[in-house]
Design a protein around this ligand. Structure first.
Ligand SMILES: CC(C)(COP(=O)(O)OP(=O)(O)OC[C@H]1O[C@@H](n2cnc3c(N)ncnc32)[C@H](O)[C@@H]1OP(=O)(O)O)[C@@H](O)C(=O)NCCC(=O)NCCS
Length: 82
């Protein structure tokens, strides 16, 4: 996933992650991804519900997963509503 440099840090990445999760939840029970251990994007993934699942690809890869059983959107999940 990538957002053009001049549009970063405006929440677009989080909206994209949440949109992918909502679509994937129609068919799958979890999402998984691979991120470089030093990529600040890992913070975004943690904030949007991903947790470290184990070693990822290569020396510096981290596998992260996010269950999709909770279909609440990121906005709902972070606003404290059920
Ligand atoms: C990762 C990426 C898609 C995030 O898109 P975005 O629109 O900036 O995402 P958001 O605005 O929703 O969230 C930004 C969060 O990403 C993290 N982040 C991403 N790049 C960062 C940087 N250079 N410095 C610090 N935090 C960064 C932070 O957690 C940040 O949250 P914060 O603003 O609350 O601190 C974008 O930074 C990007 O395109 N990066 C290059 C490609 C890449 O590394 N993709 C991930 C491959 S696994």
């Amino acid at each position: 996933m990538a957002v053009v440099e001049e549009e970063r840090r405006k929440g677009i990445g989080a909206v994209l992650v949440d949109a992918v999760a909502e679509e994937a939840a129609k068919c799958f029970s979890a999402l998984a991804l691979n991120v470089h251990i030093r990529n600040p994007a890992a913070h975004l993934y943690t904030r949007t519900g991903f947790r470290v699942a184990g070693a990822g690809r290569g020396w510096f890869g981290v596998a992260m997963s996010r269950p999709l059983s909770d279909r609440r959107s990121l906005t709902e999940a972070t606003s404290g509503e059920d």
